[in-house]
Design a protein around this ligand. Structure first.
Ligand SMILES: [Mg+2]
Length: 367
């Protein structure tokens, strides 16, 4: 396998894909999703990676980071990513820099698998053939009716065992929304995501106020930057015997961020996002840390990109089947996963992660 063709080109482009209607969670509102796509050529193969971030990454990558990949050995992913992390030292590793490196790292793993002629999950080492997903939407801008229909469809038509909705705008309305969601989904697991909208005291009180609706997951009840607050919420919930996991980790950009969440006892379940945490390499690190802390891991968003690595790592509970990303990935990629009976599977008849970008269809969204 050594002596393969060196990397000859890195291309980067950004696409702004509108949502169906205005959307919001507890702390943010949006009307589009920006995808930053990276393609890396070596020999006759092209590796593809992406992140959900900001179009400014096009310049960061094309004018800077891409030069660090020129003529590099595509099998030496560790050497390349070491150079990338060193290069962003003065920018700060987290945030946009980590998103840029995540997209490049993922493209490198796709390229390596293609050069080996293997599906990515086979290269990584499969632990399972399929992975369950949970339906994720229930925006605070949606009517109760719409939210009920969306969540019920995931459960009844697609076999999802769990669904997630956003909370955090208005406590009284949110209690009614959670009750309505519960009545629409029968015995399926109900998750809520606060996106950091509450103080720890408010979050503890809100968790108590919805106790009768059997919510089993409270994501980012307080800001992910407030590790003591996460831990306080987690302890208060478990002290009163409420079976509700506290989850966070979508803003873990480095192994240090993951370690802090775990070491400080901030989460019952860790989340990690391959488009932010350093790509496939970073996700493998996150999963190793979770294993060492005996804590389960859940993949955040970007379901098409998570399915191979999710089938390769230990302690992986599920992937988030996030409404916006499912729409975008099925529209702009050939080979996006099909949800059936609550699970998705890696495509094993294609090398790499199996995704092919539909450049012609995506052209109208290019930024
Ligand atoms: Mg979240």
């Amino acid at each position: 396998m050594t002596g393969s063709a060196p990397i000859t080109a890195v291309r980067v482009s950004a696409y702004r894909y509108p949502t169906e209607r205005p959307e919001a969670d507890g702390t943010l509102a949006w009307g589009a999703t920006t995808l930053v796509l990276v393609e890396i050529d070596a020999g006759e193969h092209t590796g593809l990676g992406y992140t959900y971030a900001d179009a400014s990454l096009v310049r960061l990558i094309s004018d800077g980071l891409a030069s660090l990949l020129a003529q590099a050995d595509p099998f030496a992913i560790g050497a390349v990513t070491d150079r990338l992390w060193r290069a962003v030292r003065n920018l700060g590793r987290s945030g946009l820099a980590a998103c840029a490196i995540s997209s490049l790292d993922t493209a490198l793993w796709d390229l390596k698998a293609k050069l080996c002629g293997l599906p990515l999950v086979t290269l990584l080492g499969a632990r399972r053939e399929a992975i369950p997903v949970y339906g994720s939407g229930g925006f605070t801008t949606d009517t109760a009716d719409h939210c009920q229909r969306q969540l019920a469809e995931w459960v009844e038509e697609h076999g999802c065992r769990w669904v997630k909705m956003k909370v955090g705008r208005d406590a009284v309305r949110d209690i009614n929304r959670v009750a309505a969601a519960r009545s629409a989904i029968g015995d399926a697991g109900l998750f809520i995501d606060g996106n950091g909208a509450y103080s720890s005291r408010e979050a503890i009180s809100f968790a108590r106020s919805i106790a009768e609706h059997d919510v089993s997951w409270f994501e980012e009840p307080v800001s992910s930057d407030d590790l003591a607050g996460l831990r306080e919420v987690r302890r208060a919930i478990s002290a009163r015997g409420q079976a509700m996991d506290v989850a966070a980790g979508e803003y873990a950009y480095t192994a240090d961020d993951c370690r802090e969440l775990l070491q400080r006892g901030a989460v019952d379940v860790m989340q990690a996002d391959v488009t932010r945490c350093g790509g496939i390499s970073g996700f493998l690190q996150a999963s190793a840390l979770c294993d060492a802390f005996h804590t389960d891991l859940s993949a955040h968003c970007a379901p098409a990109l998570h399915r191979h690595v999710a089938c390769a790592v230990p302690r992986l509970r599920h992937i988030e089947w996030f409404h916006d990303h499912v729409r975008l990935e099925s529209a702009l990629f050939d080979g996006a996963p099909q949800l059936s009976q609550g699970v998705i599977q890696p495509e094993l008849d294609r090398p790499g992660h199996g995704l092919i970008f539909k450049h012609a269809d995506a052209a109208r969204y290019r930024v």
